[in-house]
Design a binder for this molecule. Structure first.
Ligand code: ADP
Ligand code: MG
Length: 325
């Protein structure tokens, strides 16, 4: 493994509170890493510290093994794609992409032109060089912002909720484009989002952040299936707290008959169901009064309100959560 970015006990304190509170993290070369957490948990502040737009109160940042303390943003081998893209409205797409190159590197006009062309081809914007940002679509502006950052060939690309300004359909499409782009360029991406589904689907590894601290770091699968805290479990998906066990709604099964040996089951009453396209969400109430939600395959099977059912699950699907506070 080859660490490109390391944070050691990174802290940013404001007069009234700590936005980032002692986070330590190592990101490997070529990795797609997501930092995910609710609004206000300190994601943007973390990115701004790495980019050099804020000074940490304490702690260190290392890029390719070197401390970056005291260096200006343009001297750091990172590049940021901002939430609002921050394209210059009066410059063309090509001029926007060339801007950082002209400032940062000593290149001839010919070399700059070649790199800009290459970056625009990478994000499928060839042919749109001469347009201004208001003459291209939202998805294209997003790609122009990516090209502008990638052209600098950073060691790490920092992305602050880059898909949040797009409509849901385009957002899903850009999600897969972003992933394949990252694979092609091989640069480490540090991607921040408050959208857990986006993080789960994109990241090789991810960290869940809560009130300035990292709750857990691991692969998407590890965090979803083995959350260490109640916060992580509930942030990444639904959780039923049934009979001392935590079970995700998609692991809950419903049947009229008593389930086979080995399954854990409880009697429940159906409170209602919602058709959600690819599955049916059924709300049930257990004898102890606790609500239990099941997401079951849409197979034409209906559960009527007031009906008595068995709620059951495979014991292997129970989440083992150490910290339940
Ligand atoms: P996120 O990006 O996860 O939504 P931010 O990093 O923007 O969160 O903010 C984290 C916390 O720090 C919030 O409580 C926010 O209000 C606070 N904060 C951010 N910038 C400043 C600042 N310049 N001065 C004081 N508080 C700030
Ligand atoms: Mg933010």
């Amino acid at each position: 493994m080859n660490t490109v970015l390391e944070l050691r006990a990174l802290t940013k304190r404001y007069p009234t509170h700590s936005a980032v509170d002692g986070i330590s993290l190592a990101i490997e070369q070529g990795e797609f890493f997501a930092l995910v957490g609710p609004s206000g948990c300190g994601k943007t502040t973390t990115l701004r510290l790495i980019g050099g737009f804020e000074e940490p109160t304490s702690g260190e940042i290392y890029l390719a093994g070197r401390p970056v303390a005291g260096t200006r943003p343009y001297q750091r081998d990172v590049s940021t794609v901002f939430q609002n893209y921050a394209l210059f409205p009066h410059l063309t797409v090509a001029q926007n992409v060339a801007f950082g190159l002209e400032r940062r590197k000593h290149l001839t006009r010919h070399e700059i032109r070649a790199k800009v062309d290459q970056a625009l081809a990478l994000v499928q914007l060839s042919g749109k060089e001469a347009r201004r940002p208001d003459q291209i679509s939202g998805g294209e502006r997003q790609r122009a912002a990516l090209a502008r950052s990638l052209v600098l060939e950073p060691k790490v690309l920092l992305l602050d909720e880059p898909l949040s300004a797009l409509d849901p359909k385009l957002r899903k499409q850009m999600r897969s484009e972003l992933k394949s782009l990252q694979r092609r360029v091989g640069i480490a991406f540090l991607f921040i989002t408050h959208d857990q589904e986006e993080a789960l689907s994109l990241a090789d590894r991810m960290a869940v952040m809560n009130r300035g601290v990292l709750e857990q770091v691991g692969t998407s699968r590890e965090l979803y299936q083995q959350p260490r805290s109640r916060f992580v479990a509930e942030f990444l998906g639904g959780v039923n707290w049934v009979n001392g066990a935590a079970v995700r709604p998609e692991a809950v099964r419903l049947s009229r008959e008593q389930p086979a040996n080995g399954a854990h089951f409880l009697a429940a009453t159906v409170e209602g169901s919602t058709f959600l396209g690819n599955f049916l969400q059924v709300e049930t109430r257990l004898a102890n009064g606790v609500l239990c939600t099941a997401q079951i395959a849409q197979n034409g099977y209906e559960f009527a309100r007031g009906e008595c059912v068995h709620v059951w699950w495979n014991p292997a699907d129970e989440l083992r959560i150490a910290d339940r506070d």
